[in-house]
Design a protein around this ligand. Structure first.
Ligand code: NDP
Length: 330
C-alpha cells in the first residue's frame, strides 16, 4: 500500500463539490476491514453527492461513493481475510460513512458480501446499486404474487437509466412482457435488446391525470416518483403491484387512495441502503440467475477514473448517461 493514494473528498457543507486529493492511511476511519477499492460505479445518488447538488453527505469531510468492489488487505473480522474479493452497496456510505471513491477504504464487516461468483469485479459494479435495487424491486413484485408472466405488461419507468435498464433486463429474462417508459426515443433499440417489447414516452406519464384510469399494467418498477408514479398507480390493473424506489422526477406523490381502495393496487417501497442481508443475497441470486454477460455489457455505457468522475456526475444528473458507468478506482 503506497503512502498516499487518490480519493474524492467533500470538505464541508459549504464546499460540497467533491475534489480529487491524496489521502494517507491515517486519514481513513477506524473500522475493522481495510479494502483496496478496485472498482465502483456511478449512481444517481453519487451524482447528487459528488456535485454537491443533493446534500447527500451528513458528515464532513466525506468520501462519497455507494458501491465497492474490492480486495481485503487487512481484517480484524473473522469472516474476512486478506485477498478476499468483496462487494458493498449502501449501508450509509456517502451519507454518514466514508465510501468507495478512495483507492483504499476501511469498512464494517457487516457491510461486506463475498463477490458474487458469477460476476467479475467490473461486472459486479456495472450492476452495482442500480442493478441490485432493480433486483430488490423485481423480487418484491414476485413475492407479491399478483404479477404473472401470462397477464399483461409490466411497466418500467426511467427505463434507460441504471435501475430501469436492469429492471427491463431482469423482467424480460423472467418471461414478462416489458413496456419501457423513456424520454429518450434514441434508446429504444438499446432497450429492445435488453428485452423491452413496448414503449411509451415518459411525457405521457408526467402530466397530472385522473385518480383512476384505464387498466394497463399488471405491475411496475418505478424509479421516477412524482406525477409519473401517481399515473402508474392509476393505470395498474386490479390486484397489481408497483414498486417505488426513486425520485428522478421528483420526491412528491400527488396521488389519491383510489387505486388502492378500489383496485387493491399495492405500492411497495424499496430501499437498498439498509436492506437486510437476506434480501441482498436474494437480489444478487436473482441477478446471477437471470442476467447474461451480453445484457451487462449492453447496459454499461463506459468507464471513468476518479479524475473524470465530477464531469460524469453532472452528466448522470442531466439524464445523459444510458445504463451504467463503471468507476476505476485503485
Ligand atoms: P439514472 O440517472 O441512471 O436513471 C434515472 C432515469 O430517470 C433517467 O435515465 C431518465 O430515464 C429518468 N428521468 C430523469 N429525470 C426525469 C424526469 N424529470 N422525469 C421523468 N423521468 C426522468 O439513475 P439511477 O437509475 O441510478 O436511479 C434512479 C432513481 O432511483 C434515483 O432517484 C435514485 O436516487 C433512486 N435509487 C434509489 C435506491 C433506493 O435504495 N431506494 C437505490 C438506487 C436508486 P429516461 O432517460 O429513460 O427517461
Amino acid at each position: 500500500m503506497s503512502e498516499t493514494f487518490p480519493a474524492l473528498l467533500i470538505r464541508d457543507k459549504d464546499n460540497a463539490k467533491a475534489e480529487l486529493m491524496e489521502l494517507s492511511r491515517s486519514d481513513l476511519p477506524d473500522l475493522p476491514v481495510l479494502v483496496r477499492v478496485d472498482y465502483s460505479s456511478l449512481n444517481y445518488k453519487d451524482g447528487l453527492a459528488v456535485t454537491g447538488k443533493g446534500r447527500i453527505a451528513r458528515r464532513f469531510p466525506m468520501v462519497p461513493g455507494i458501491d465497492i468492489a474490492g480486495t481485503v488487505i487487512e481484517s480484524d473480522a473473522e469472516a474476512f481475510k486478506p485477498g478476499d474479493k468483496v462487494i458493498a452497496n449502501g449501508h450509509g456510505m456517502s451519507e454518514t460513512a466514508w465510501g468507495a471513491y478512495s483507492a483504499f477504504q476501511r469498512v464494517e464487516p457487516k457491510w461486506l458480501m463475498p463477490q458474487p461468483e458469477q460476476f467479475t469485479q467490473k461486472q459486479a459494479m456495472a450492476i452495482g446499486t442500480a442493478g441490485y435495487t432493480a433486483a430488490l424491486c423485481v423480487n418484491q413484485l414476485l413475492a407479491w404474487g399478483a404479477v404473472s408472466v401470462d397477464e399483461g405488461s409490466v411497466l418500467v419507468t426511467g427505463a434507460a437509466g441504471g435501475v430501469g435498464s436492469y429492471a427491463v433486463a431482469l423482467l424480460s429474462s423472467l418471461g414478462f412482457s416489458v413496456t419501457a417508459s423513456t424520454g429518450r426515443p434514441e434508446t429504444h433499440a438499446y432497450l429492445r435488446q435488453l428485452g423491452a417489447s413496448n414503449f411509451i414516452d415518459r411525457q405521457e406519464l408526467s402530466e397530472a391525470g385522473k385518480p383512476i384510469q384505464a387498466e394497463r399494467w399488471s405491475g411496475a418498477v418505478d424509479s421516477v416518483g412524482s406525477t409519473t408514479l401517481a399515473n402508474v398507480l392509476a393505470q395498474t390493473v386490479y390486484g397489481g403491484a408497483v414498486t417505488a424506489c426513486g425520485l428522478a422526477g421528483g420526491a412528491d406523490l400527488p396521488a389519491t387512495v383510489i387505486p388502492h381502495i378500489l383496485r387493491s393496487v399495492a405500492l411497495i417501497g424499496v430501499d437498498s441502503v439498509m436492506a437486510p442481508l437476506k434480501r441482498r443475497e436474494a437480489a444478487w441470486r436473482l441477478l446471477q440467475a437471470q442476467l447474461t454477460p451480453e445484457q451487462i455489457d449492453l447496459a454499461t455505457e463506459g468507464e471513468v477514473g476518479l479524475a473524470d468522475l465530477p464531469e460524469a456526475a453532472e452528466a448522470i444528473l442531466a439524464g445523459r448517461i444510458r445504463g451504467r458507468m463503471v468507476v476505476e478506482v485503485a
